[in-house]
Design a protein around this ligand. Structure first.
Ligand code: CUA
Length: 195
């Protein structure tokens, strides 16, 4: 190592690249990586703001072992309920390998609040083309608020791998005109069966 040449540009034996050239190349790549990071952060911020995607503002816990026995996620309380202020609250359980209820009617042009939890493992709840996209974690309540501008059907796939039946875990949200929705009984509201 004693005969390292003092002129940096002179090629070193055995194809070794001089130190200052290595440093310059690394600095260029640092700039490239910082720029990529900046672009990706900007995409996250812009799509988050434009699509109204945001992390939960609070943590809400629930006992996953007694969901079916007590509290807001008992079977008779699942599906869509109208609140006194005219908004809709949708309660759903995501379990291996079904959403309960599997077909949900929601009024259009109405603020809708989805509240979900899981009795077993982590699932995912996604309504393509909307801001609704959340993990459903046992022991916690996931809440997402949205408003459907148009009527129509959304298929909701589970998008967290949850076991062998994961790929078959699909359900449906049917957005109907407010007039078709108001005043219907709970069973009618939560069922997409032909009427
Ligand atoms: Cu439930 Cu994947």
């Amino acid at each position: 190592m004693a005969d390292v040449p003092s002129t940096p540009q002179q090629p070193l034996p055995d194809g070794i690249v001089p130190e200052d050239i290595v440093a310059r190349t690394e600095n260029r790549w640092l700039v490239v990586m910082a720029a990529m990071l900046g672009v990706m952060m900007a995409i996250i911020v812009v799509t988050g703001i434009a699509g109204a995607l945001h992390p939960s503002s609070n943590v809400e816990i629930v006992d996953p072992l007694s969901l079916h026995l007590q509290g807001e996620f008992v079977e008779s309380n699942l599906g869509t309920a109208l609140e006194p202020d005219g908004t809709a609250t949708v309660r759903i359980i995501a379990g291996q390998y079904d959403f309960i209820p599997s077909c949900i009617r929601v009024p259009a042009q109405t603020p809708a609040k989805f509240r979900l939890t899981s009795p077993d493992v982590v699932h995912g709840f996604l309504l393509p083309g909307t801001n609704v996209n959340t993990m459903v974690v046992p022991g916690f309540v996931s809440e997402v608020r949205t408003r459907f501008a148009k009527t129509g059907d959304y298929v909701m796939p589970c998008h967290e791998f949850c076991g062998l039946g994961h790929q078959a875990m699909w359900a449906r949200v049917r957005v109907v005109p407010w007039d078709n929705f108001a005043g219907k009984g709970l069973l009618v509201r939560t069922s997409c069966a032909k009427q």
